[in-house]
Design a protein around this ligand. Structure first.
Ligand code: 13P
Length: 255
């Protein structure tokens, strides 16, 4: 019912040549593989070239962030319209590095979500707790607050363009993955939260990705969990050797 999605967040990695070569390899695999959607999030400066490389393939290309404002005097920012103009169809909002390194608030993330959707982009809203919050037993509370704030005011129709990514901060770039049970519990909780504001059909249809040290070795076990609908991959998305097997794992998961 929900087609799994495997997304590569390249963060501030890869040069132009490496980005294009990797995009070519990912497009070739995605086009040869049924039953999985694939997305790539390159740096802004290579986005147009990566989108051109992916044109006509099954791979969606998107920005890692977007401005909450439509246009104007916002030095250093990139608008939704600009992203669309260079070929982006999707954007990450609220990645933990934006929240925790650059201090983005729930209110800012919410404004970004609304701005991006209004411009016709799909949104991947990222949420997740820190280690301190998990150890204090606050995982559900933190995820609920981030989720409901990020999606505030959206219609059920707009939710068709939203994907969620649960990325526990303690699992990002650390080599520590949430176990399938730990991740599955949070995913089921998040899906449950969607039904009150948006209805059961939206809760059932919304894809919830897991992110945090996803590797070829753990991808199949994570994606076998019924509420885990794919992966948002950082480090292992930077080489074809590691990323392509994750695409394959998602495609061969029984749904
Ligand atoms: P890692 O896969 O490197 O842990 O990064 C996850 C992530 O932040 C993807 O957005």
């Amino acid at each position: 019912m929900r087609t799994p999605l495997v997304a590569g967040n390249w963060k501030m990695n890869l040069d132009r040549q490496a980005a294009v070569a990797l995009a070519q390899a990912v497009c070739a695999r995605a086009d040869a593989t049924q039953g999985v959607d694939v997305a790539l999030y390159p740096s802004f400066v290579y986005l147009e070239e990566v989108a051109r490389t992916a044109a006509g393939s099954r791979v969606a290309v998107g920005g890692q962030d977007v401005c909450d404002q439509e246009a104007g005097a916002f030095t250093g920012e990139v608008s939704s319209a600009m992203l669309r103009d260079v070929g982006a169809v999707t954007v990450l909002v609220g990645h933990s590095e934006r929240r925790h390194v650059y201090g983005e608030t729930d209110a800012l993330c919410s404004a970004k979500v609304r701005q991006a959707l209004a411009a016709g982009l799909q949104v991947c809203l990222c949420i997740g707790e820190t280690l301190e919050e998990r150890e204090a037993g606050r995982t559900e509370e933190v995820c609920r607050t981030q989720l409901l704030a990020g999606l505030e005011g959206l219609s059920a129709e707009q939710m068709r363009s939203v994907v969620l990514a649960y990325e526990p901060v303690w699992a990002i770039g650390t080599g520590k993955t949430a176990s399938p049970e730990q991740a599955g519990e949070v995913h089921a909780y998040l899906r449950g939260l969607l039904s009150a504001p948006f209805g059961q059909a939206v809760a059932d249809a919304t894809r919830i990705l897991y992110g945090g040290s996803v590797k070829p070795a753990n991808a199949a076990d994570l994606m076998a969990v019924p509420d885990i609908d794919g992966a948002l991959v950082g480090g292992a998305a930077l080489t074809a050797e590691q990323f392509l097997p994750i695409i394959d794992a998602a495609a061969s998961t029984d749904r």
